[in-house]
Design a protein around this ligand. Sequence first.
Ligand code: FAD
Ligand code: AMP
Length: 483
Amino acid sequence: MADKYDVIVIGAGPGGYVAAIRAAQMGLKTACVEKWVNKKGKVVHGGTCLNVGCIPSKSLLEASHKYTEAKHDFGDIGIDTGDVSMDVKKMMARKDKIVANLTGGISSLFQANGVTALEGTGKVLSKGKVEVTHQDGEKATYDADNIIIATGSVPVEIPPAPLTEGLIVDSTGALEFQETPKRLGVIGAGVIGLELGSVWNRLGSEVTMLEAMESFLPMVDKDIAKETQKLLTKQGLDIKLGARVTGTEIKDNEVVVQYTDGKGEQEQTFDKVIVCVGRRPYTQGVLDDDAGVKLDERGFIFVDDHCRTSVPSVYAIGDAVRGQMLAHKASEEGIMVADIIAGHKAEMNYDAIPCVIYTAPEVAWVGMNEQEAKTAGIEVKTGSFSFAASGRAMANNATEGVAKVIADAETDRILGVHIVGQHAGELIAQGVIAMEFGSSAEDLALTCYAHPTISEVVHEAALAVEGHAIHMANRKKRKKQKA
Ligand code: FAD
Ligand code: AMP
């Protein structure tokens, strides 16, 4: 007779593996099914995030950033580096090693927590029944009181730019280049496109970003997005907004991209093109016809606020369901669902999920931007503070950027924090915690910050909400702080 579990999780990305570990910690008999096979033919855990997403992209971003600093910025602080060069193959090998370490680490965490790892493709047959097709084609059916679907997402492909081995690639392909392309086209100037474009721009590619929308990073506060666009353009990214790709052609091992912009039809030739136009939920093969689990109109698994699907005791989390496609959102949903299954009360605060773009400087935000708050009919007051006025930012040779706190004009409650600047991805945790605790801008303003730290930029932005930033000499700006 097949094994029976309290919980079977399908998918071991940051949603699924975290859910499985938490469920086991709660004393539930748990198994996690995973089908991802690495280059060596071995099933590995960690999903998109560890294998082809967050971790490999950050490894390349850090390496290429260090290279840029050594090549262009160290001279500013008196370090003579002489000739600096980048060994792309070595950079890639380091990235692969980090990925292998981390994916192997998840398997150890499963063992340590008593999670049974089932290798193969999972399918929900019906409430309480999961079929696993192993690599050798053998099938086994398992009983589970609860099922968590965490099958993630895959890159969107667009008909005008079909993937073409080595020439037109998706984000996964862009993490594998073995040499720096001379001319690189990136279709889509969203989070992933900007990160990957930055990596190769730093290593010497001439990068052109083709973005269909007229506005740059519309989810980010306008002031912060404008500053980001300025800084990235200064670094050499040619960001073309309102440029919709309509076709591609391979000619002599080059890619000719056709696009339309305000001036009409255009064409540009590249050595390689990365398609970064978003991701779609991956639900292929995981739901048997009789499973009864409904999808929404966009193809995501339909869930309520507690990640319950249309079938009792079947849950779904992460990129496969509505909401932001972020690793930490997936993990938090995994924890919530495991806790609910274990009989505890659990909630997600979807208003306080941070987002980070790991460019240099980083862009990070949580909550509403000023425009969203106004559209929602909320009267706001805002405070901004420039990194250029921070002593620590000067010492760090990192004076680019600005932090902005957006608060409710009536209650002073923080509605959002948006930042571009060094360590913005770390700084944003202050905004997240403040919002999680329902803090006012004054709460942040009255908090004692260590000096000298980059965090003081957020403190000053909170002080600026009432026009009381300390280190702001510029009269016009002082007046503007309290606009
Ligand atoms: P996934 O990580 O996609 O995992 C799903 C898993 O389910 C996979 O391992 C898959 O093999 C498995 N699976 C699917 N179907 C089955 C089945 N039937 N049976 C068994 N197993 C199955 N997010 C961030 O928060 N920060 C970042 O910096 C960041 N950077 C990114 C960079 C890139 C280049 C990309 C592509 C993504 C990035 N993301 C980032 C997004 C992040 O990777 C995803 O939001 C996250 O991985 C979603 O987690 P998940 O568990 O829902 O799904
Ligand atoms: P994200 O959703 O953050 O991954 O960003 C994907 C980006 O790709 C969005 O900003 C889209 O506007 C953009 N995009 C989608 N299709 C096209 C296209 N055909 N040409 C240019 N940009 C596109």
